[in-house]
Design a protein around this ligand. Structure first.
Ligand SMILES: [Zn+2]
Length: 276
């Protein structure tokens, strides 16, 4: 049985699922085609440079006026050059992300004439998962394309040094002020309860940080020790990714003066002076 590759999500949005499933990309990358069917489109996150996938995206989009990127990771952006070249469409990404792209600043709107109408997306700087991460708000429909900032299920991996936990939590908190009815993530299904998911994501990060600090309070620990203790109930296949996220928590705590590393072992500088 072949999985459904193209899903119509709203009058303006269709998703084309890329054939790159993995523990990190869930069922695969969601490439979004934004525009009314038959009237041309903006493509958001072309996904991997897979000929069959890109041909499907082209067929679905018709005339492509713009290729938008949430961030530089290959599972979202690798296909951008080929697609943009084939369609003679410009690429737009966060300012500073790539030289060959239209540079988008935080809050900037980017719109394209599409058929009789115009699709307008507002770029929201959401660094953390990557330094250049943008979410895009489609105000006409009250939907937010969240890239890897928020996923359809599970949580996002923060991999230092480009990934930054402090920035990530701030970028999650920032979305509390954005009025959104639905979220279209880079991986996984549509999110119909954005504020509940957002609070879950923020709580989850605070909980992990608390667990890391608890781990350090028990004595010096390596990243591996902390992963084994905190992620004991998580598929070991995901432990390497968890190690990156733990490292991101430790980097944040280190900057805050709450963790210190020596020869690969982490300690809490003030742990032994605190009452138990
Ligand atoms: Zn990513």
């Amino acid at each position: 049985m072949t999985a459904a590759r193209v899903t119509r999500l709203s009058p303006l949005v269709r998703a084309v699922l890329a054939p790159n499933p993995s523990p990190m990309t869930l069922e695969g990358t969601n490439t979004y085609v934004i525009g009314r069917p038959g009237e041309g489109a903006i493509v958001l996150d072309p996904g991997p440079a897979d000929d069959e996938h890109l041909a499907r995206v082209r067929a679905e989009a018709g005339e492509i006026s713009l290729v938008l990127l949430t961030h530089w990771h290959p599972d979202h952006a690798e296909g951008a050059d080929g697609l943009a070249e084939m369609c003679r469409a410009p690429i737009a990404a966060a300012a500073g992300s790539r030289d060959d792209a239209i540079a988008l600043a935080d809050g900037e709107e980017i719109g394209q004439e599409i058929g009789q109408g115009r699709a307008v997306l507002r770029a929201l700087a959401t660094p953390g998962h990557s330094g250049d991460h943008l979410c895009f708000l489609l105000e006409d429909e009250g939907t937010l394309f969240t890239g890897d900032h928020i996923l359809g299920f599970g949580t996002s991996v923060i991999a230092p040094p480009d990934g930054d936990m402090e920035a990530y939590v701030r970028s999650l908190e920032r979305l509390r002020d954005v009025d959104v009815r639905r979220m279209f993530p880079g991986h996984g299904p549509v999110i119909d309860e954005p504020s509940a998911i957002l609070e879950y994501y923020i709580d989850h990060r605070l909980e992990r940080e608390r667990q890391v600090m608890e781990g350090l309070a028990r004595g010096p620990a390596t990243v591996g020790d902390l992963v084994a203790a905190i992620y004991f109930d998580v598929d070991p296949e995901l432990h390497p990714a968890a190690a990156l996220t733990v490292a991101a928590h430790l980097a944040k705590l280190e900057r805050e003066g709450l963790a210190r590393e020596q020869g690969g072992r982490w300690t809490a500088p003030r742990a032994n002076t605190m009452p138990v």
